[in-house]
Design a binder for this molecule. Sequence first.
Ligand code: DLL
Length: 440
Amino acid sequence: MDNKIWNKEMECAKRSDIEALQLERLKALVDYCDKNVEFYHKRLEKAGVTADKIKSLSDIQYIPYTTKDDLRDNYPFGLFAVPKKDLVRLHASSGTTGNPTVVGYTREDLDNWSEQVARLAMAAGADDETIVQICFGYGMFTGALGLHYGLEKIGATVVPTSAGNTEKQLKFMRDFGTTAIVATPSYCLYLAEAARERADEFPMTMYSALKLGILGSEGSTPEMREQISQSWGNGFFPTDNYGLSELNGPGMSGECYLRDGLHINEDHFLCEIISSETGEVLPKGETGELVITNLTKRGMPMLRYRTKDITNINYEPCECGRTTARMHKIIGRSDDMLKIRGVNVFPTQIESALIGVSEIGPHYQLVVRREGFADTLEVRVELIDGSLLEKFGELEALQKRIHYRIKSILGIEIKVTLVEPKTIERFTGKAQRIVDLRNK
Ligand code: DLL
């Protein structure tokens, strides 16, 4: 596999140089926020923090956290640091309740964002010969436009198909010789399944140019990734890419061809890991909630944003030559974590237990209910062959097998329900696996 690096100077810099740059940028950012955003000015003043008090990177701990609620409370423009005439783009994240969170970008922000994505796209394996279909919805979501401009920057040919319309997605893939797709892992898998269903008319060899998945915006276990790879065949190689709208969108971190952690664009993002419960900063290497400071953002700067995403960070250089720290694939979200009879359950744990059972498909749903005072969990999975539903003995044996696999990971009782093929909802954007009926 080719190992091209877009910005060697930054991506392979000495750790001491990276940290020196981060410190310089952090001080400048604190000063910038203090002078330009009333919200930060008040927070910093209350905490007694000024730029000249930041002497080392660990002094970041004195700066208060920023949360999604802060963004919602200051909807729409309360956290912006520049007059509206200096903004050239707005995006908003799709919250399910209340106000969405709005983000604003200056021209410099858009340039930085494209640079961040360009690096990660090349780390994943894209270059100027790549023909890439962007299957994220174009619109307020940051995924499509973010990847679009970063991929154009490295000279890739972008095909902006947007989300949905399976027939057209597949037709363009075959006719254009698409070599890479940008999508959520679940939609990428869905497209592969759809291609297989039409294999009598359009054999899978017609997609043989398709080699790379620049996937992200939702989690995927290594098992799910393997399934995606096998479904497309032809050596398809999925990579994981992480980001969030509040910190630009995609471009925060992504995997290189070694897929041993997601390289962080550390000259733009300063990351910490904290305990979700106590808010305390955890020692390097420990697992906890990711907190990110966007060091270069002008339109809407972010100081110590609590992502609620659970991971850990490895500061060792990678064999690909990059020296930037790598975050572990997201393990879960602190607010997606289910607490079932005192046990912490992440959807990813269940996913890894399900994948590998050949009789079931990769789509699943977790239904949480409250029965009496206890919460119960039902795992709904699809059979690949619907006729099994009539074979009671086989069905029961399969149910027991899945139950055992999950129970041996979680250590608690769950209910497994096998449902007919293709009855669990598919998503073109982020998959919603949890159905929480506890307050219904
Ligand atoms: O999902 C940005 C993005 C777009 C990243 C395209 C990568 C590719 P939001 O819609 O604001 O932004 O959602 C951010 O999605 O806090 C995570 O919980 C989750 N998420 C994003 N990427 C990953 C990933 C975009 N690779 C929220 N693995 C984040 C796991 C992810 N979760």
